[in-house]
Design a protein around this ligand. Structure first.
Ligand SMILES: Cc1cc2nc3c(=O)[nH]c(=O)nc-3n(C[C@H](O)[C@H](O)[C@H](O)COP(=O)(O)OP(=O)(O)OC[C@H]3O[C@@H](n4cnc5c(N)ncnc54)[C@H](O)[C@@H]3O)c2cc1C
Length: 405
């Protein structure tokens, strides 16, 4: 942590992936600009997805391997472990929790999200995973033979369970679905994943909706569910979704939608000279319309677009972000809406190791899942655009992208 100076051309509030991309974009366009990054995190920006992937199954468990080196490579003044508590757009200034203040020319809100917590439970054995500090804590808890219960059926829970299973801990994954990730993935893929998880010794607990955790009466935690089912564990990791960090924006009356910060195509908020990017930005997705997206590709793209515009580029964002995930030896990229409530059409390679899955609504392509199929996200975006513009019928989708190709 170092002290804030009193004036910067650009101040970035938040030290995540969007902040990193924005600082790089500003520096590229303006070699002379002064930039500050003020982050509540104790460390500089890291590649956050690695906290549930590479660091568990790669060779190097040290999170400094995922450092994005933002300050060194952009010359930005990085101020860590510092919460910005007040933004004053009228005077182009901000105040931190410690009472420091700074003036800015343009400010970027890149405050991301925090794990949804069980507020009434405060016990170090109840863990979350968002920051490097969280990762280090979880590493300490994941000892050989300990029983770890991961709760959460979104993208993160299954990744954390996969990571933890490599530590020698006994792992269970409790999720609300009937099958793992069955709200996103067709039955063929979720069945395959369940087999893989079983082969890695992970116990799956479907239909589980957590209602509370008993930390008191004995050495293990007891997790309670809506249906009365109890789980006992030495440690639990809760991956119950995220809450957007938009208090700062809300406090000054910046326009919000679904709790996210509304931005125009140049990533400008409703406050003069205040931009927003990353998880918190409510933007007009090039394919799917207004939304906010909690994925790293979106943080990179909106962060870069905001940074360029802060440095004077005057460019509209034209991007539809992709989602990716790795689960043991399988992985996927996806664009658009993945929702198994839609019509789902699958195409597999002959070995049935790779697939392209189309998600349609009323004959229009809404999303594409590229299962073990790489470098095809742009083609998938083009298919969705063509279908939505009526240039491609549902029957013409077949074999546009080769599974695994
Ligand atoms: C473990 C994990 C794995 C993931 N894996 C994937 C994946 O495989 N694929 C994928 O697409 N996405 C993944 N994501 C999501 C992706 O990492 C996020 O969408 C992305 O990091 C969001 O970037 P951001 O910069 O908007 O926010 P963040 O990275 O959350 O950064 C927000 C920053 O703002 C700071 N902050 C908040 N409030 C304040 C304040 N008032 N003052 C100062 N600083 C503040 C925080 O301390 C933090 O530094 C994963 C996320 C996690 C946690």
């Amino acid at each position: 942590m170092s002290d804030l100076e009193h004036s910067y051309d650009h101040v970035i509030i938040g030290g995540g992936v969007a902040a990193d991309s924005a600082a790089r974009a500003i520096r590229e366009l303006d070699p002379e600009a002064t930039i500050a990054i003020i982050s509540a995190d104790a460390h500089g920006p890291v590649h956050r997805p690695a906290l549930s992937k590479e660091l568990w199954h790669g060779e190097d468990p040290d999170p400094s391997s995922q450092d994005l080196h933002t300050a060194e490579e952009t010359g930005a003044h990085l101020i860590t472990a510092t919460l910005v508590t007040e933004l004053r757009p009228a005077s182009h200034s901000l105040v931190t929790a410690g009472g420091q203040w700074a003036h800015y020319g343009r400010a970027l809100l890149a405050t991301g999200a925090s794990p949804r917590r069980l507020r009434e439970v405060h016990d170090p054995r109840v863990a979350y995973l968002r920051t490097v500090g969280d990762y280090r804590h979880l590493r300490e808890l994941a000892t050989e033979g300990a029983h770890l219960a991961v709760v959460g059926g979104g993208c993160l829970g299954p990744e954390i369970a996969a990571g933890l299973s490599r530590t020698g801990a006994q792992v269970s994954l409790a999720h609300a679905g009937r099958r793992i990730l069955d709200h996103l993935l067709p039955a063929s893929i979720s069945e395959h994943l369940e087999q893989v998880y079983a082969e890695h010794g992970i116990t799956l607990v479907p239909g589980y909706r957590l209602t509370g955790i008993d930390t008191g009466s004995d050495t293990q935690l007891t997790l309670h569910s809506e249906s009365g089912e109890q789980l006992r564990a030495d440690v639990t990791v809760l991956a119950l979704g995220a809450e957007l960090n938009t208090t700062l924006a809300a406090r000054v009356g910046i326009e919000l939608e679904h709790d996210a910060v509304v931005v125009d195509p140049r990533l400008r908020t409703s406050a003069t000279d205040v931009y927003a990017a990353g998880d918190i930005a409510w933007f007009d997705d090039a394919l799917l319309g207004p939304r906010h997206v909690e994925h790293v590709d979106n943080a990179q793209a909106t962060g870069a677009a905001a940074g360029r515009n802060m440095a004077g580029a005057e460019e509209d964002l034209e991007h539809s972000p992709l989602l990716y995930s790795d689960l043991f030896d399988d992985g996927y990229e996806a664009v658009g809406r993945l929702d198994t409530a839609l019509e789902v059409r699958e195409e597999w390679n002959p070995e049935r190791t790779a697939a392209v899955v189309h998600y349609l609504e009323d004959g229009v392509l809404e999303g594409v899942l590229l299962w073990n199929t790489w470098d095809a996200a742009d083609r998938a975006r083009a298919l969705i655009a063509a279908s939505q513009e009526g240039e491609l019928s549902a029957d013409d989708l077949a074999r546009r992208i080769t599974p695994g190709g």
